[in-house]
Design a protein around this ligand. Structure first.
Ligand SMILES: *Cc1c(COP(=O)(O)O)cnc(C)c1O
Length: 379
């Protein structure tokens, strides 16, 4: 019986890709550090493994697990989120056109502008929450729309089903950076995306101790063949211990993401009524512009939020300095709450407001997090 299909994500997170070790019966898989694998006397590789760059038992388990979580036909794992993103973009050809959101993850914007545009990829940035603007940005040679929802740092929501329709009508694929919503909150391939990309560094790992990336493909078609070619020949693959840590983290993925999202919802509601707060950006708030779409395509509203404090950069930084439970650090998705003055971590020309703090909500008790934010904001 297939473990995917109707099986719930909590069950998949524990079982998909996991089998007790056939050699020893070990319930937790061993870490296979070997870079090379023995051939049979007839020259064959009967266990399917040949050389560590092409495949490794730990990576194999991770890819099988992620494919099931994403309800995908195939998944390829990489050494970072950016290596996964690069693989998808390099599977295109020089001269192909890509449409990406204006507020795409700044690392992806940098990759597109400074690495892939000089290589020959044509790139347009547009507001993907405005479907007319997206339609106007499409060209005859558009081969890929890159979406990211919720977006960074304003938590804008892109309508995946509507964008998929526009992509497919133009003969293009839709790739969605699924790092923030995760397979727990949204089934992007089911909504119409062709490719889900993850920075597994974030929620999938969940403990801020491993970098990784993955590309899940709805169909194991010729685009998947290109991704495999790039994975094996460019070699941006994850190490066995990284894969093992990810498999360990994924077992609690659903529990963590739900707890974190519930905490974030409580915090967003609290901040929305706080006298020192100018604005809260969280798709779970009814007045958020993407609220209705988020309700349709997500089961909860996620664990990321941004808050604009009254005043400017100095007031925002002072509040961060007073926080005791939110660690001052970039990144997201770990069990510990993080807070970041976002603009000073982005490029100098960033459009992020001076008074904006980005918060990654962890699994601590919501009341403790709220009390800490309250004292930090009041000063
Ligand atoms: C962190 C992140 C990435 C990049 O992942 P790395 O593992 O740091 O390379 C890409 N997209 C989003 C949305 C992210 O949050």
């Amino acid at each position: 019986m297939s473990k995917s299909g109707k099986t719930h994500i909590e069950t998949l997170a524990v079982h998909a890709g996991h089998e007790p070790d056939p050699a020893t019966g070990a319930v937790t898989p061993p870490i296979h550090l070997s870079t090379t694998f023995q051939r049979d006397i007839d020259g064959a590789y009967p266990r399917g493994f040949m050389y560590g760059r092409y495949d490794n038992p730990n990576r194999h388990m991770l890819e099988a697990c992620l494919a099931e979580l994403d309800r995908a036909e195939a998944c390829a794992a990489f050494g970072s989120g950016q290596a996964a993103t690069s693989a998808v973009l390099q599977a295109l050809k020089p001269g192909d056109h890509v449409v990406a959101p204006l507020d795409v993850y700044f690392g992806t914007a940098k990759l597109l502008k400074e690495v892939l545009a000089p290589w020959g990829l044509q790139v347009s940035f547009t507001d993907l929450t405005d479907l007319d603007a997206l339609k106007a940005a499409m060209r005859p040679n558009t081969r890929l729309i890159w979406a990211e929802t919720p977006s960074n740092p304003l938590l804008k929501i892109t309508d995946i089903a509507a964008v998929a329709e526009i992509a497919h009508a133009a003969g293009a694929r839709l790739a969605c950076d699924h790092t923030w919503a995760t397979p727990v909150l949204s089934d992007v391939l089911g909504l119409g995306a062709d490719i889900a990309v993850h920075a597994t560094t974030k929620y999938l790992g969940g403990h801020s101790d491993v970098l990784g990336g993955a590309v899940s493909l709805k169909r194991a078609d010729e685009f998947h063949e290109r991704i495999r070619l790039i994975q094996g020949s460019m070699g941006g693959v994850p190490g066995p211990f990284d894969c093992w840590l990810l498999m360990r983290g994924i077992k609690t993925l659903a529990l963590r993401v739900r707890a974190q999202s519930a905490n974030a919802a409580s915090i967003a509601e609290f901040l929305a009524g706080h006298p020192m707060v100018e604005a809260v950006h969280y798709p779970g708030l009814p007045d958020h512009p993407g609220h209705e779409i988020a309700r349709r395509q997500m089961s909860m509203f996620g664990a990321m939020l941004s808050v604009q404090v009254k005043g400017g950069q100095a007031e925002a930084m002072a509040a961060v300095a007073r926080s005791r439970l939110f660690t001052r650090a970039t990144s997201l998705g770990g069990v510990e709450s993080l807070i970041e003055h976002r603009k000073s971590n982005e490029a100098p020309d960033s459009a992020t407001p001076d008074n904006l703090l980005r918060v990654s909500v962890g699994i601590e008790h919501a009341d403790d997090l709220i009390a800490d934010l309250d004292q930090a904001l009041r000063g």
